[in-house]
Design a protein around this ligand. Structure first.
Ligand code: NAD
Length: 295
């Protein structure tokens, strides 16, 4: 049985995104190295992919949600990878967060094979993935952007065309560098207030209506007990992992070197998350940086 969509990478983000495509009535074949992830897609009405090359060869659209640049290169550029196996005209959507220069190169290779490819990284976390409220930041041609709309709309609610290939990744890298920095600043401010005897809920309420307001404070407050749904109130489980934030800050620093940009706070934030990860916190939500600043 051939599906319209092949979805590669059914992890924290990919699985709920693929489920939303199924819910919208589209047919989806899923691939993942972890068999249980594929089984979960099948129980939601999807098809288990047997051979990547065969499934991709029959698909209209390929969507990927993989951890790093190297995973994306392996899946797309390998001997039996997507570029080799998909037919000309297939639409390729990579939603992984990867280096802008890799996305640019992939866009060029896709065009060589007669395919449109867009980089379409997301913001919104696994909560947004499950609720189909992701923000998509798209890099690629106008044609690719328009072709992808019907699919992206089933998984997100804000869809932006940032510019040519790699632009979506550039916006994502800038956004996550800012988020990584503001989370550390937010944790510092809360710690300082608490050390002065303040209730962190009162601090949060007042700062959220003042000039220090930011997303880390109001959507994933790092102090346990302030927000019931935040990972901080659940042992920092789920959410956005320290190691993924570390990867994104690494992309920012690498890009700054390539473009001769100064990112002093981005570099410092990368080092802080690196030390936090090495202390055994890599799988915890990035708000756990609050623990590091504890007395
Ligand atoms: P994840 O590790 O949960 O999922 C990645 C999946 O890819 C895994 O299930 C893994 O088995 C699979 N995989 C790896 N190599 C593969 C291969 N060769 N073939 C098939 N499957 C393969 O990661 P995630 O949290 O879903 O994140 C995916 C991407 O989305 C990352 O680039 C991340 O930075 C980005 N992102 C994550 C979040 C978040 O909150 N988790 C938010 C925004 C963006």
């Amino acid at each position: 049985m051939h599906s319209e969509i092949v979805f590669i990478g059914l992890g924290n983000m990919g699985l709920p995104m693929a489920r939303n495509l199924l819910r919208a009535g589209l047919s989806v074949t899923g691939f993942d190295l972890v068999k249980e992830n594929v089984a979960q897609l099948v129980s939601a009405g999807g098809v288990a992919g047997q051979s990547l090359a065969q499934a991709v060869g029959a698909a209209k659209v390929v969507i990927s949600m993989l951890p790093t640049s190297q995973h994306v290169i392996d899946v797309y550029c390998g001997e039996h990878g997507v570029f080799a196996a998909a037919k000309p005209g297939t639409l390729l959507i990579d939603s992984s967060t990867i280096a802008p220069k890799v996305a640019q190169e992939n866009g060029r290779l896709a065009a060589e094979h007669g395919m449109e490819m867009i980089d379409a990284p997301v913001s919104g976390g696994n909560f947004g993935a499950a609720a189909a409220t992701l923000t998509f930041m798209v890099g690629g041609s106008e044609k690719g952007f328009n072709q992808a709309q019907p699919y992206l709309q089933k998984m997100g609610k804000a869809i932006y065309h940032a510019g040519p290939h790699g632009s979506g990744q550039t916006v994502k890298v800038c956004n996550n560098m800012l988020l990584g920095i503001t989370m550390i600043g937010t944790a510092e401010a809360l710690r300082l207030g608490i050390a002065n005897g303040m209730d962190p809920k009162v601090l949060t309420d007042i700062i959220s209506k003042s000039s220090g307001n930011n997303w880390a404070l109001t959507s994933c407050n790092p102090c346990p007990g302030v927000m019931e749904q935040a990972p901080a109130s659940n042992g920092y489980a789920g959410g956005f992992g320290v190691d993924l934030m570390l990867k994104d800050l690494g992309l920012a620093v690498e890009n700054a070197l390539d473009t001769k940009s100064s990112v002093p706070l981005g570099s410092l934030a990368r080092n802080i998350y690196d030390m936090h990860s090495k202390a055994g916190n890599g799988k915890l939500d990035y708000g756990s940086i609050f623990k590091m600043l504890g007395v």
